[in-house]
Design a protein around this ligand. Structure first.
Ligand code: MN
Length: 227
């Protein structure tokens, strides 16, 4: 089949230690998945109804310089554990969920916080606050075959060398296996799906020129400058 637009390509992410790259199908995200972050956003931590949203697959960004997005004066960082699925499915049981994980990465769920706040205030969808170009900086993926399935470990982010966010993966309100289970009851998950699993407390603004460093023990590190 000949494509009408031959410039359309599948977004991909590097895999640590491998020449092959990980093709991205979708980017799912979960909101308010650390209690302290839920509180700093003015919410009560709620286990009953996880907040899911999506980013476009081509929002993945591995560039050293991440462009400051248009339409915002309050771009926020959110460091997150990212799950990369190697196989998909529907109605995946919690006990089998981790078998579908190819690997893990460190991501920054960039957020136009002013647009999100304005949308929330009006009861409108806040997609545009999350779905911008280059809105999902991500580290190389580390295969679970090498690092296992991290359920604890420090997750942190600093800006210009000053620590802003810090937490531990053990604080995830909805753990990875339950996120996969929950998403698979709403969507047909597929190989190539990425899942941003939520951010610990300490989110804050980024300005052009800021240098972001982030990391998760046992998973990897992420560094970029805001353009
Ligand atoms: Mn987030």
């Amino acid at each position: 089949m000949k494509l009408l637009f031959d410039s359309v390509t599948v977004p991909t992410v590097a895999i640590a230690g491998r020449a092959e790259r990980f093709p991205v199908h979708r980017i799912y995200c979960i909101g308010r998945n650390y209690a302290e972050h839920a509180r700093e956003m003015g919410s009560v931590p709620d286990l009953g109804a996880p907040i899911y949203f999506l980013k476009p697959a081509d929002a993945v960004c591995e560039a050293e310089v991440v462009p400051y997005p248009p339409g915002t004066d309050n771009l926020h960082h959110e460091v997150e554990l990212v799950v990369a699925l190697g196989t998909g499915g529907r109605d995946i049981a919690v006990a089998q969920a981790l078998d579908h994980v190819y690997g893990y990465a460190v991501g920054n769920d960039l957020t136009r916080r002013d647009l999100q706040a304005a949308a929330k205030a009006k009861g409108n969808p806040w997609d545009v606050s999350k779905s911008m170009d280059h809105g999902a900086p991500i580290s190389p993926i580390r295969p679970a075959a090498q690092i296992g399935h991290p359920s604890a470990g420090r997750i942190w982010l600093s800006v210009n060398g000053v620590l802003r966010q810090q937490g531990d993966l053990s604080e995830l309100l909805v753990p990875v296996a339950e996120i996969i289970h929950g998403l698979s009851r709403l969507f047909a998950l597929k190989a190539g799906d990425l899942i941003f699993t939520g951010t610990p407390a300490g989110v804050g603004p980024l300005r052009p020129g800021d240098v972001v460093d982030a990391g998760i023990d046992g998973v990897g590190a992420l560094r970029h400058r805001i353009g």
